[in-house]
Every structure is written in structure tokens, then in C-alpha cells.
Write a protein that binds this ligand. Sequence first.
Ligand code: ADP
Ligand code: ZN
Ligand code: ZN
Length: 689
Amino acid sequence: MSSGPGQYGLFAVANATAHELTYEIPEHLTAKLLPGTLCELPLQGRKAVGVFLNFCEKPAFACRPATALVPDCPPLKTNVIELIRWLAHYYVAPLGRSIHLAAPGFVWNLAAHAKRLKRTGRKSKTQPITVEELPLKSLNDDQLQALSAIRDVERGHVALLQGVTGSGKTEIYLHLVREALTAGGRALVMLPEIALTPQMCDRFRVHFPLDLAVLHSGLTSVEHEREWFRVASGEARVVLGVRSAVFAPVDNLRLVVVDEEHEQSYKCDEFPCYHARDVAVKRAHLENALCVLGSATPSLESYVNAQRGKYKRVQLTVKHSRQSNRVELFQFRPKLHSTGGVSRGVVRSSQFAFQGHVMAPGIVDLLRETQSRGEQSMVILNRRGFAQFALCGDCGTALQCPHCSVSTTLHSRGTKELCHYCGFSRPLLKHCPSCGSEKLVQMGLGTQNMEQELTERVPGMVIDRLDRDVLTSQSRLSEIISRFRKGETQCLVGTQMLSKGHDFPKVTLVVILNVEDGLFIPDFRASERTFQLLCQASGRTGRGSLPGVIAVQSLGASHPVISLALQGSVDRFLTDELKMRQLGWHPPVCRQILIEMHHSSEAHLMHMGSVLQKELTAAWTSQGLTPQNVRLTGPMPAVLSKLKGQFRMHLVIAAQREIHPAKLVPQEILLRKEFQHLVKIDVDPFSFL
Ligand code: ADP
Ligand code: ZN
Ligand code: ZN
């Protein structure tokens, strides 16, 4: 790299719509710039932070000089920048809209840097502490076999570790991390963003007390900053984190683990809509690290990759505890409270009112027995039945938000309506807006009501509730978990988040209510999600020295997805489901891209939708693509056809997997002014609302 006067450089600037921007480089900065160096840059009258990429020729247009280096901040790692370049290309996003992913928010915020410098200036360095490091548990024979099969996987490649919950996948991860460190490398372990993160942290911390850095959303910004610097400086060699940790500033990476790889929380719903598991696989490949995807119920995507020989499948078939579970199915139809929902054809559990009883008598008996034996239980409500809403008892109309095409949710003991999409709220209406009737009935089942019913029907049982409200506070969450762990509470009620990852050896009963609700949604992944929920939930029991019972309450005849899950027939489910996907041209058989457009004028949106449709089809034809390779559905109104006063429209592209997204949605079209603010692209979408 030459230096001297008249230098120019290319930068990736956070939140710029362009790929790269050119700046003049003042002489005093030239020698200090390395690829990845963070700089303060002028951008449209404000100060922005950009990443120096490389020097370039003097451009034909006039450009402004870079202002300064961001003080006392390490350059971004070039491996992470390479990863972001790949991501931007794959998810059809300009580099400027993607580069912010390369580091946490404070790195892009000059005021935050100023604050940090003030804070660190005041503090003297803390003394290193010596801590005890627990030796790893020795593995059982099955685990040893799995470990050695994983070791045989070439670096840069992927092992799919399919192991029933409780089979000890986490113990294997710990051994792999130890091996990576011993070999002089570093390890990245990814977890889905769920309530269990603190517990996983503890399991890693006892073995890697000094090496561990943790990156999740429960940290304060100061904690997050500290952990990020510990990783960037190389002090922490093991990173445990959620979705965004896939971009952690680690070098010399030898191992990438993605636990619960099937979890949807790895998918980002903001543009660029990356999937952290897929990014992790790519990162491992680029950096020649071993990648391990773990799950009891692998995603169809990973299953297909294993079938095609891209991933090596390694299986663990028994729980470490050797316990198995008994399944009891309760078909129970409580009295209908309103005819409203049923008259529309589909019966959902959430349409059965909670006045009267929700739980079958047999389930109540099981709960009582469990309590009297001094053991613990969990009651899981499927999320679809979670929200409470109001329905007109005469005409069946649900109360809706005036700005969005969704039902409002009832709060404050049913006296207030709230829209979860735009925040609109009002006191509960007194009359039905469509027929004027005063017969508004409250529908749906909440965790609060469940807690109440449990208190009444199982007197003396100590109950705690784990729901979304609790999740917003890290301290309340850990309090509830630790009370349950110590046995101070006997029953935990919550949404499906309870089904995930917790390791409580004294839980011998798991109750799942509203099990079929998740099947009746317009989404081809509905079966897969319900299957996963059931398998995960049944994995919560039988972990210790006691056998477990899973009680499933359902409304009617059992759906094949439910029976396969209860038998634990994962492979059978995956093969059957794959056939369905083949018939429907659904992922992972094909590639799918969702284009979402929104605008305040419905007419304009319709018009632009068909303009885009024509542009895309013309682009495909000119590339030689035919209806054999690619299909387009839409433009059509989205399921949530209006949100926050904006109308919403969808176009869905389905194409052969081999065709790169950038070919299907050419950047030239997207970057045009008329589409730029109208369109959101979601490659490999998970939500179709
Ligand atoms: P998974 O991650 O597959 O759900 P875990 O690693 O959480 O399984 O293991 C389930 C339980 O069994 C945990 O309490 C774990 O500590 C214990 N366990 C697993 N393997 C061993 C082992 N080899 N020695 C002792 N305990 C083990
Ligand atoms: Zn009405
Ligand atoms: Zn709204």
C-alpha cells in the first residue's frame, strides 16, 4: 500500500444505501489506515462511522475528506468484513445496509465512544482473579462415539449432531471447545435467543471461567461493550452468544457450534434478513473451522443437507439418564363459550373460553399426584392460544386495530385494547363496531388465567409464571428459574418458551395445552413447528433419575404430526414432511424469496407491485430463466394487509435452489429510486404475515 498526498479510499459506511463510498484521505491518516479501521466520516451533513476497505484511484467526482479515526477502537477483523460481504450479496443488500452487523451498536455511535473513553479513563485496570476451573465430565460410550465421528469431519465442514434432548449434546460441545483451545484455536457457540441463556452460560463458565465471553440481549450496554472488547483483544477465547454473536470479532476460529439449529430466532426479521445458522456455516467454511449444528429435531433444511452428503449426520439416540417418558393424550373439549369463531369453520383451542375449566380432569389428577410425590411440573400453553381478544357474540366480528388489519389484544384485566403492531390503545369498546351488539365476549387463554385455574384446582401447589412480561427483566427471570431449580416452586406455567433447553432434573410432568393450534396457520412450516414444540417439550422431563410423563391435551382426533412427535419418530416425520415440500415447491426443495412492499396508498402499491413483477420477469427472461426454473406469485395483499396505516403487499419467488438470490432479484432494480423505500427483500423467509 503506497502512501503520500492525493490518496483516496473506499469505505463501507453504516446506514448508507450504497455499497461503498469514496473519501479523500488526509495525509495524517494515510499511514494509520488498515483494512477494517474505523473512521469518522462526513455523510449528508452528519457524522457517520465507516470502515476503511482499501485505497483507490482518484475518482471522477469530487469527494470529501475523512475526518478522523474513531479513537481507541480496534479495527474490525477482515474475516468478519469478508463474511459481511458474502451476506450482503446473498441477502441482496447493499454493503452500507449490512456493515452495521459487523459490530455492536456502540461501535457506530460517536457519542457512545466519547462516553466509553470517559468511563475507561476513570477506571484503573482490574487485577486478574484466579478462579477454579471444573474438569469436564467424562463422556459415556454413545457420546464418545459421536465425538469421534465429529472429529472425523474435515475442517471447514459441517456435522449435524442429532440427539434427543438430554442425550448430552452440551457435554459434547464442551469437549469440542476444550479441544479447540488446546489446539491453539478459539470457539464460537451460538444459542437461540431464549430464556435459558443464563443457564447455558453457567454450564460453560464453570469450565472456562477466564476464557468465556457472553454476548446476548440481556446485557447492559456497558457489559456488552466490555465483552466485545475482551473478544476483540483475544483475551476471551470462547464466545457464547445469540444471533448477532455470529459476527463476533474472533480470529483463529477452530470451532463453531450452533445449538438448537432449528430455532426460528436465528432468523433476523429486519433487513438484511440473515439466518445466523446459515451465516455460521458460511463463516466456518471461510475460516476453516469445524461447524457443529445440534438439535433433537433438525430443520428440514439441515436434514436435506445431510441427505445430500453436504453435512455429516451424527446421532445420539438415548438420554444420558436412560429414562424414557410415558405419553398420555387427553382429548378434551371444554364447553364452548361463544359460537363466534366456530361458525367460521376452524376450531381452535383458543376459542374455548376459560370460564369453566380449561384442563381435562385427568390432567389435574396428574398434577396433584406429581405434587404429592414432591416432584415438579411444567404447564405449556401453545402461543397461538396465548393472546386474549374480544369477539362479538352476535355477529362474530373480532375487535380490530383501526390502523392495522389485526385483532387487538386485551390488557389490564380486559378493560383495555392494545395493538401489538403499532401500539394503538383504547378502553374496551362497549359496542360491536359492525352490528352494534353489546355482547362482546373475551376469548383466548392467557398464562394468567392458567395460573388462576391451577391455584383453584390444585390447592397448595406453589406456582410461578414465565411469560413475555417476565422475560423483559433479567433479574426476575433468573429469580423464577432459581426458585424452580431449588424446588421452592412446584409448577411453572408459561408459553412455549418453557419447552426450550431448560435442564430441571426434578420435572416429571410436562403438560401441553392447545397443541393443535399451531397447525392451523397459513404457513408451510406449521407442521414442522408444532412437531418441534412437542419434541422439545417432552425433552423437558425424564432428565434426572426419575421417569417422566407428558400429558398432551388436544381437541379432537390426533393429527399425524402430533402422533409422530409423541412417538419420537423424528426421521419418519422429516421424510414425510419432505415429500409434502416437494409437492408444494416449498423450501428446502426450492429457494424462496419474499418481497414485501408497503405504502400508504393502496392504489399506488398495486401499481408498483405490477411494475416490479414485470421488471423481474423481464430480468429473468433476459438471463434465460424459464417457468421451469422460477415462479412468481403475486402481487397479492399480505395476510396483515395493513399495518401502522400502511398497506402491505407480497410477491413470492420460488426458484431452483441452485439459482443465486442476486440473480433472482437484481440489485439494479432494487436500487432504483422508485423501489428503494418501498421494498423489503427477505431471502429464505420464515414468516409470511
Ligand atoms: P442436551 O444438550 O442433549 O439436551 P445435556 O448436555 O443437557 O443434553 O445433558 C442432559 C443432562 O445429563 C445434563 O444434566 C447433563 O449434565 C447430564 N449429562 C449428560 N452427559 C453426561 C455425562 N457424560 N456425565 C454426567 N452427566 C451427563
Ligand atoms: Zn357484532
Ligand atoms: Zn395497530
